[in-house]
Design a binder for this molecule. Sequence first.
Ligand SMILES: *[C@@H]1O[C@H](CO)[C@@H](O)[C@H](O)[C@H]1NC(C)=O
Ligand SMILES: *[C@@H]1O[C@H](CO)[C@@H](O)[C@H](O)[C@H]1NC(C)=O
Length: 176
Amino acid sequence: MKLLLLCLGLTLVCTYSEGEMEVVKNFEPSKIIGKWFTILIATDQKERIEESGTLRIFLDHIDVLKNASLLFNFHRLDNGQCLEVSTACNKTDQDGIYTASYDGQNLVSIADVKYDEYLIILMKNENNFQVILLYGRQPDVRKKIKKKFMEFSDRHGIVEGNIIDMTKVEDPCLQA
Ligand SMILES: *[C@@H]1O[C@H](CO)[C@@H](O)[C@H](O)[C@H]1NC(C)=O
Ligand SMILES: *[C@@H]1O[C@H](CO)[C@@H](O)[C@H](O)[C@H]1NC(C)=O
C-alpha cells in the first residue's frame, strides 16, 4: 500500500523507469543501421502527432556512433517548412534501452525488431507521455505487423484514434 501511494504521488518516477520497459532479447545495434520508413506512430498526447506536431516525424536513417550511441536522422514539418533533425540516443547499461533528449528526456527501448523488415520503438517521456513508433525497411509493412503494433499500443493504453498512419501523410521534404 505504501508503495502504491508512493507511485501515485510520484507517477513520473514509476512510469519513467527502465524496469518496466519491454525490450528485445540479444539486441544487435549494428543490424538496425540504414534506411527506414515511418509507418505508424501512436501516442497518448495526440496534439504531438497532429500537423506541425514535434512527433509527427519521418525517419530517414539510423546510424550507430563510435561511442555506441544511436543516431536517429529524421525530418518533419515545422512552420510550413521541411526541418531535418538528428538525435543521439545514449546507451544505458541495459541492452536495447537508450536515453534521448527530445521534447524533454526520454527512455527509448527497442521493443520489437526483425532487422530486414520492421522495428518497433517505445519511448517514455519524463512529461508523462509515451510514443510508440513502427518503422519499415520498405515504404509499407505487412498487415500482420500493423496488427501486432496495434495490439502493442493497446496494451500500453493508447486508443486507435491516437495512432497516425504516416504512409498517408504528405512528406514535407519531398516537394522541391
Ligand atoms: C556520442 O556521440 C554523439 C555525437 O557526437 C553525442 O551527441 C553523444 O552525446 C555521445 N554520447 C556519449 C555517451 O558520449
Ligand atoms: C549523452 O551523453 C553525453 C555525455 O555524457 C551527455 O552530454 C548527453 O547529454 C547525453 N545525452 C542524452 C540524451 O542522454
